[in-house]
Design a protein around this ligand. Structure first.
Ligand code: OAD
Length: 429
């Protein structure tokens, strides 16, 4: 129920003689008093007490969020993920104080940590990125429970889309279909020539050392995009990986520009797929789950504001992020700032949060069976790496496999051959 304060604002009727009549005196008293007794506008929290419909969720608990999913039969959930969903796979995140990548880049002598993902810095000094890329290259890690939870949501027909900032491709490895994934910061799956800093181009391929005192902006202010002479030629993941694992910077065979995996660096646009899909997806989403991200990087972070104002949102993260204290932006876990109370919080690991969601949705058994099965396939495929080289040949003739005796011993049935093929397909993505 909302109070109507209009009666307090009516003007008094003027008296015929221009003199104050008792009634007009009272009216002026009322007018004067109204200046003092204007009812205070209701705070968002008070409005919610007065109007139950503004409470999309009764509180910020996961239980309330899951009840909403069930009661409203949500089938268009958007999941947004960041590095926190992959730390359990052994991949560090970026910004955690001691363990994050940015806290451990001293050996690269960067002018500032994010430079390793800056397009301008990369064109001038690509080695730090490729050294790091060698450690992060997809194919060496198993997806986490959180990745498989997202796949289960998809298989249950509840997932509209998964927007990920991660470049580790573990969503794909987990078997989430391409149509369900938007890799907002690109991935290692393809690569292209992005040219190189003109100063390096003139110095016949020799890299110019980066001075610690040199500021990124001052160095590049005068350089136009066209000066980088990028031909944009496409290269395969395998071609780039081959260079990276042999400690060579991949150079374009046509123009000697540097070939960069299609990961979105600072200073580059996000992939077209992100721009083409994000607006429409978020506008129709019926729930949002944000997992394992600091929400520090835009435009990705801004997606949480694109769902309708009455659509519930859940954050699963080690720390509270994304609270802006604004009536229109960011999370509002207290329900005291924004018009609707609709934000829930699970403070803890991504896997623990997803485990809880799965349990409450009755999907726990399916999730664990799927993960066990998929991990077994990945382990089996990994066991076929002999002396660090992936077994590339699998002959689909009964029990026969490959050109290595060790491996042949491990594979005895047609079923296993088929399983290995599947596993190799997924880990080689
Ligand atoms: P960040 O490192 O910025 O944030 C990771 C968040 O996950 C932090 O809030 C951690 O507390 C949390 N976290 C860590 N481990 C977790 C776990 N096991 N469970 C739950 N939460 C956990 O990573 P992103 O937000 O993904 O850009 O970073 C965004 C972008 O910044 C990246 O895509 C990358 C980087 O610069 C590019 O590569 C272009």
């Amino acid at each position: 129920m909302q109070q109507d304060s209009s009666a307090w604002r009516q003007s008094p009727a003027p008296s015929a003689a221009g003199k104050a009549s008792p009634s007009s005196a009272f009216a002026s008293f009322r007018l004067g008093a109204s200046r003092f007794f204007q009812p205070k506008p209701l705070s968002p929290a008070e409005k919610k007490q007065a109007n139950a419909e503004l409470n999309i969720l009764p509180d910020a608990s996961v239980d309330s969020f899951v009840s909403y999913l069930k009661d409203h039969n949500c089938r268009k959930i958007v999941v947004m993920t960041g590095a926190g969903i992959s730390t359990a796979a052994g991949i560090p995140d970026f910004r955690s104080p001691d363990t994050g990548l940015y806290a451990n880049l001293a050996k690269y002598n960067l002018p500032y940590p994010e430079a390793v993902f800056s397009i301008n810095y990369f064109r001038k000094s690509p080695k730090p990125f490729f050294t790091l890329a060698k450690e992060l290259y997809p194919g060496c890690f198993r997806p986490t429970l959180s990745h498989y939870f997202i796949r289960v949501l998809a298989e249950e027909g509840m997932l509209l889309r998964c927007y990920t900032q991660n470049i580790d491709t573990l969503e794909r490895v987990a078997g989430i279909s391409d149509s369900h994934i938007v890799e907002a910061h690109g991935s290692f799956a393809s690569a292209r020539c992005v040219g190189r800093h003109p100063r390096i181009a003139e110095s016949s391929g020799e890299e110019t050392a980066w001075s610690d005192n040199e500021s990124d902006d001052s160095d590049y202010a005068a350089i136009q995009e066209s000066d980088y002479r990028a031909c944009g030629r496409e290269y395969s993941q395998e071609w780039v990986k081959d260079h990276v694992f042999n400690d060579k910077v991949p150079e374009c065979t046509y123009c000697q520009g540097i070939v960069k995996p299609n990961i979105t660096f600072f200073g580059e646009s996000l992939p077209n797929r992100f721009h083409a899909m994000a607006g429409a997806d978020l506008a129709v989403a019926d729930a949002l789950i944000v997992i394992g991200t600091s929400l520090k990087v835009h435009p990705f972070a801004g997606l949480i504001n694109k769902v309708q104002p009455n659509v519930p949102r859940l954050l699963i993260n080690m720390e509270v992020v994304g609270e802006e204290g604004s009536p229109h932006r960011g999370f509002d876990f207290t329900g005291e700032v924004q018009e609707y109370r609709r934000d829930a919080l699970f403070l803890g690991s991504a896997d623990a949060g997803c485990e809880k969601l799965a349990e409450m949705l009755g999907l726990s058994e399916k999730l664990h069976a799927l993960m066990t099965d998929e991990h077994a396939k990945i382990d089996l495929a990994a066991s076929l790496v002999v002396d660090g080289v992936e077994v590339a040949t699998i002959v689909d003739e009964g029990a026969k496999v490959v050109d290595d005796a060790d491996v042949a011993e491990k594979v005895t049935t047609e079923v296993e051959v088929a399983e290995i093929e599947d596993a190799l397909r997924s880990v080689k993505l």
